[in-house]
Design a protein around this ligand. Structure first.
Ligand SMILES: [Zn+2]
Ligand SMILES: [Zn+2]
Length: 245
């Protein structure tokens, strides 16, 4: 009855060679869902699971580094349905957006369901709740619980008190950390390493993964800055990392 979380990718903005943008595979009791499907995720994901085995895809928002591989995913399901390799449609959950909904559901065997702060989803063994974040486009942080343990994914956001309450007591916090300590996250809709650490510390997260990392500087410094705030068990997310809670 444990949740297995696999980091598929963790770069902010655009992928590195062999290093995808945001994507997290969550599995329990033979049930699998994908959270975010950014650039590079579809290739890397196949190292860990057959694309036909995923039941649901949750998108925090529609920036390319979180959602650009969804279209190709839908095509893979279309082809594999026609080949008789899968017989279930794929449900995409994401913020309400008529153009996106139309784009997704124009591909056969795809369904779309909008999420907002009022949504409480029960998907397989998981319960999901959402918090609107501070970001230039409508974006949702997610809390995923299996009834015993829970993890919180901040998606993209500036630091906000609301996120501290939302992440209270999380067994695992996956916190975006786009900037180095001292850099201004408020105006860009992101958190710096100190803010990510503060969030973890104030929420009392048992373990924290820093994710959505910058393409410059020494990323180990992000961990040092976050640890200085008193946050417990801080690590950098990296592709292929598996955490069981
Ligand atoms: Zn992003
Ligand atoms: Zn974004």
């Amino acid at each position: 009855m444990e949740m297995k979380i696999t980091v598929i990718g963790m770069w902010g903005g655009y992928p590195k060679k062999d290093g995808p943008c945001s994507g997290y595979l969550v599995e329990q009791d033979g049930f699998s869902m994908l959270i975010d499907c950014g650039s590079g995720v579809l290739v890397k994901l196949q190292e860990f699971i057959d694309l036909n085995e995923i039941n649901d895809v949750l998108l925090s928002h529609y920036h390319y580094d979180h959602a650009s591989d969804v279209g190709a995913y839908l095509f893979s399901r279309l082809v594999n349905t026609q080949l008789g390799r899968v017989d279930e449609s794929l449900t995409i959950y994401g913020p309400q957006d008529e153009m996106k909904e139309q784009e997704f559901t124009s591909v056969p065997y795809t369904e779309f369901q909008a999420i907002d702060e009022e949504s409480e989803l029960h998907i397989g063994p998981f319960q999901l709740n959402f918090l609107k974040t501070i970001h230039p486009v409508e974006t949702y942080a997610m809390k995923i619980s299996n009834g015993k343990k829970r993890f919180v994914y901040t998606a993209d956001t500036s630091f906000t008190k609301g996120l501290v309450d939302f992440a209270k007591g999380a067994d695992l916090l996956i916190a975006e950390c786009s900037l180095y300590e001292g850099m201004d996250g408020k105006n860009s809709g992101h958190m710096n390493a100190r803010e990510a650490g503060m969030l973890a510390k104030k929420a009392g997260a048992h373990k924290t993964l820093l994710t959505h990392l910058p393409h410059y500087g020494n990323i180990q410094k992000l961990v040092e800055s976050a640890e200085k705030t008193g946050a417990a068990a801080v690590e950098l997310a990296q592709p292929g990392m598996v955490i069981t809670i």
